[in-house]
Design a protein around this ligand. Sequence first.
Ligand code: FAD
Length: 319
Amino acid sequence: MVHNKVTIIGSGPAAHTAAIYLARAEMKPTLYEGMLANGIAAGGQLTTTTDVENFPGFPEGISGTGLMDKLREQSLRFGTEIITETISKVDLSSRPFKLWTEFNEDEAPITTDAVVIATGASAKRLHLPGEETYWQQGISACAVCDGAIPLFRNKPLAVVGGGDSACEEALFLTKYASKVYMIVRKDYLRASTIMQRRVEKNEKLEVLYNTVSKEAKGDGKLLSALTIENVVTKEVKDLPVSGLFYAIGHIPATKIFADQLESDEDGYLKTIPGSSLTSIPGVFAAGDVQDKRYRQAITSAGTGCMAALDAEKFLSENE
Ligand SMILES: Cc1cc2nc3c(=O)[nH]c(=O)nc-3n(C[C@H](O)[C@H](O)[C@H](O)COP(=O)(O)OP(=O)(O)OC[C@H]3O[C@@H](n4cnc5c(N)ncnc54)[C@H](O)[C@@H]3O)c2cc1C
């Protein structure tokens, strides 16, 4: 039977930061990085992007995969054991906790004294025709991450969604874009009143109500238009835009913890504010799996550090 002192589940900035701290503290962490867990390669969401320009320490920017390779290397340097398997089942009802890897659910479990959950989240997509071609070539799911890049400067852009985050993203993009269209399916915004007022007041913003996206179009390399349909008039037209930002929510990777750990109405793991402590002592959460507000690599790394320090304290107090 395999027993790990502390197990990290995940492979994004939160998981590797936790691994670096725990390994340096001689806690001998074992990290399960996933085998295309939730359809994303080991390394997490940053493996699906091109350049990362806002992670401190890289004045010239760094590619998403380049950054994740460096974090992985740093985890290994201090002795983290990295296993390229997905954790598919957990039993957190008593200590030691029990974990199973994918395709081995009927075998003896891996046991562990503490767990850091850093399984991340994934942005919801519309899966439009043309989306695969123009993903990261005009289509993005993160305005804060990508809005400032030259591709979008002084160009017309579209944001899909009608909630608070969609309004926030659209307002943010008006700093760079020549014009921002909000594509809203309903005939109203779901956002708070204050957000709606800000949207209405911004001269660069135009809300297209009763509108759905149909197709992403371009020259095969870069996005240049979004086909939209007015669901009331049935009018279909091409909106010339160089950028399309999805702001329709994220799905936290928490399915395997459902009914075992407290989560909010959207499935994000709940942590005690200001800590990484979940509803079960010895189980810690870090990164996007517990954060629906900031969702950045640096905040994930920060909470990964918190989880490592919290886990280390827990282990030393329960030895
Ligand atoms: C296209 C795009 C561009 C972005 N650009 C930027 C940017 O420029 N700057 C920035 O700061 N942020 C950016 N972000 C946001 C950033 O990527 C996330 O905030 C960050 O990656 C979250 O880190 P995380 O550690 O929580 O986990 P994630 O990056 O979400 O990674 C978690 C990973 O763990 C693995 N995993 C999941 N479940 C299991 C399991 N059961 N067993 C084993 N492994 C598992 C999977 O590989 C999963 O992807 C971008 C996001 C996207 C989608």
